[in-house]
Design a protein around this ligand. Structure first.
Ligand code: AMP
Length: 216
């Protein structure tokens, strides 16, 4: 039984999504990916999807007012169902983190996946994900055994529009300006655990995280 919720911090391509889906498969914990939520809305051409499509494809951030409301509703439902969850891609700004505080969100740890910028540029440009189950793969270090199909459900793997070089550059710039300050924000709150991505396999990272959430 998982005791804590998780907030994942890390550059785009640091492995937040991949590790979240591993944890979700292994443990009784739900992945909440704001990126997946936006992509689904865009795919379904909903009002929200049409509103955020351009922003997401350019690699910019969706306004806090929109993102906060979505996450608030998700959290309310999960807490009502007594579920533990992983915030994968939220918060991404100090304002979003303060919004979480206002919701009295307290039973959590922050896992910062620390990785070199050069490594994420390589990873993002070689990244594929499943059009159905959303599992993420990488041609260099985590290739699907059934490439170009998904190992999990055999559906076709696709690349994200925001994994194009110009959008990657923009996303890393926005990350540095708006999200990096959260590392200090959570360090000061004594919530931050740092995991080096480069020296650890996915299984090892997952084990470390399980140790953290079950022992703190
Ligand atoms: P991700 O899949 O987490 O890399 O997110 C993909 C894109 O969705 C981001 O580049 C943003 O455009 C948008 N997005 C996801 N999460 C957030 C967030 N917390 N705040 C603002 N925009 C977000």
């Amino acid at each position: 039984m998982v005791e804590k919720n998780i907030i994942f911090l890390g550059m785009p391509g640091s492995g937040k999504g991949t590790i979240s889906s591993f944890l979700q498969e292994k443990e009784d914990i739900i992945q909440v990916s704001t990126g997946d939520i936006f992509r689904e809305e865009i795919k379904n051409k909903t009002q929200l999807g049409l509103e955020v499509e351009k922003i997401v494809s350019l690699g910019a951030y969706v306004p806090d007012s929109i993102t906060n409301e979505i996450v608030k509703n998700k959290i309310a439902k999960l807490e009502k169902d007594n579920k533990k969850f992983i915030l994968d891609g939220f918060p991404r700004t100090i304002e979003q983190a303060k919004f979480l505080d206002e919701l009295n969100f307290d039973n959590y740890v922050v896992i910062y996946l620390d990785v070199e910028k050069e490594e994420v540029i390589k990873r993002l440009s070689q990244r594929f994900f499943c059009s159905k189950c959303k599992r993420s793969y990488n041609l260099s270090n985590f290739k699907s055994k059934k490439h170009p199909n998904c190992e999990n459900d055999d559906n076709l793997l696709i690349q994200r529009p925001d994994d194009q070089p110009s959008a990657i550059e923009k996303r890393l710039e926005v990350y540095q300006q708006q999200t990096e300050p959260l590392i200090d924000f959570y360090k000061k709150k004594n919530k931050l655990f740092v995991i080096e991505v480069n020296n650890n396999s996915i299984d090892k990272i997952v084990d470390k995280i399980l140790f953290i959430i079950n022992s703190k």
